[in-house]
Design a protein around this ligand. Structure first.
Ligand code: AMP
Ligand code: TRP
Length: 332
């Protein structure tokens, strides 16, 4: 298939500290797999990060580190467009227009806003509230067909779809209505300390999440102390959130099905199982960590990648932005 006929994928990730195993298994692993079949555009969404107060120097470092990690997990800039959101002004420009088309009521229903404003009560800013509108701008600028994200972003995607449909109903077809692309195997990786919550890097308990750059010993230790239920059988089932989560993770990093993983641990205890999951995860992340160390040290290469990415992204988004300006009546 020529690149013109391939469907378009867009996704973004915030540069806020290193990525977790949840980011990796829930989202990034898919990003890598999709590169051959689709035209992929991947973005480090630094503007979204500003919705939470950032230390400027740290944000700059985290942005570079996020780029290096994306390259290390296997995003290939010769196949995909990889860039930093603030390097492409079209995102902020379309964001404003879309702001004028998203009802206040729809934004008030966003669960991520409710969660984040509960955590950051001292800084409930308007950007946090309109966060999903900028995300819609990211997606709609490129005529995106599919958006690979973890299950937690489904509601935001729904808002992007509604916005595209609403706009098209008023002005005629302009925006492609995007579909979510959520991994069936790994929708959501849960916290190791409270398997009813998603694994998150903003969790105050560092034992609850694995960072993709954690040292092998630390990874094994965190899995050993993972919270499980009081049963003893390593099988997937109702009311066994902890074991279910570990089985999902084990299967994702080894490539075995959950059923194969269950039979591998038949008759074994939770202790053995947790150790094996920790070792398998550490083993899986080892080459990524090695590649990260190499790429992160090469600042000139990183700069070359993000500059070329921003240029490509600009070429791709200009047309839709211009059309939008025209449709709404701006003098172009
Ligand atoms: P965030 O870290 O919230 O910026 O999320 C970046 C990407 O990782 C999004 O596509 C999320 O849906 C995905 N993601 C984050 N945490 C998890 C998790 N615990 N399980 C699965 N996917 C996740
Ligand atoms: N909101 C997403 C998250 O927290 C990140 C994001 C921003 C995104 N823009 C996007 C994801 C566009 C997909 C498409 O994970």
């Amino acid at each position: 298939m020529s690149s013109e006929q391939k469907k378009i994928i867009f996704s973004g990730i915030q540069p806020t500290g290193t990525f977790t195993l949840g980011n990796y298994l829930g989202a990034l692993q898919n990003w890598v797999k999709l590169q051959d079949e689709y035209r992929c555009i991947y973005c480090v969404v630094d503007l979204h990060s500003l919705t939470v107060r950032q230390e400027p120097k740290e944000l700059r470092e985290n942005t570079l580190s996020a780029l290096a990690l994306l390259l290390a997990v296997g995003i290939d800039p010769s196949k995909s467009v990889l860039f930093v959101q603030s390097h492409q002004p079209a995102h902020a420009e379309l964001n404003w227009i879309l702001n004028c088309f998203v009802p206040y009521g729809e934004l008030t229903r966003m669960t991520q806003f409710k969660d984040k404003s509960a955590v950051h009560q001292d800084n409930i800013n308007s950007g946090l509230f309109t966060y999903p509108v900028l995300m819609a701008a990211d997606i709609l600028l490129y005529g995106t067909d599919l958006v690979p994200v973890g299950a937690d972003q489904k509601q935001h995607l729904e808002l992007s779809r509604n916005t595209a449909i609403r706009f098209n109903n008023i002005y005629g077809d302009l925006f492609t209505v995007p579909e979510p692309y959520i991994s069936k195997e790994v929708g959501r990786v849960m916290s190791l300390q409270d398997p009813s919550k998603k694994m998150s890097k903003s969790d105050t308990n560092a034992k609850s999440y694995i960072s993709v750059l954690d040292k092998p010993e630390a990874i094994v230790k965190k899995f050993k102390s993972a919270v499980t239920d009081s049963g003893s059988e390593i099988t997937f089932g109702e009311g066994k959130d902890g074991i279910n989560n570990l089985l999902t993770i084990y299967s994702a990093v080894t490539g075995l099905s959950v059923a194969e993983a269950e039979s591998r641990f038949a008759g074994k205890g939770y202790g053995d199982f947790k150790l094996a999951v920790g070792q398998a995860v550490a083993e899986h992340l080892r080459p990524i960590q090695e590649e990260y160390a190499r790429v992160a040290a090469d600042k000139a290469y990183l700069e070359q990648v993000y500059k070329a990415g921003a240029q490509r992204a600009g070429e791709m988004s200009r047309r839709i932005l211009q059309k939008t300006y025209k449709k709404v009546g701006l003098l172009v």
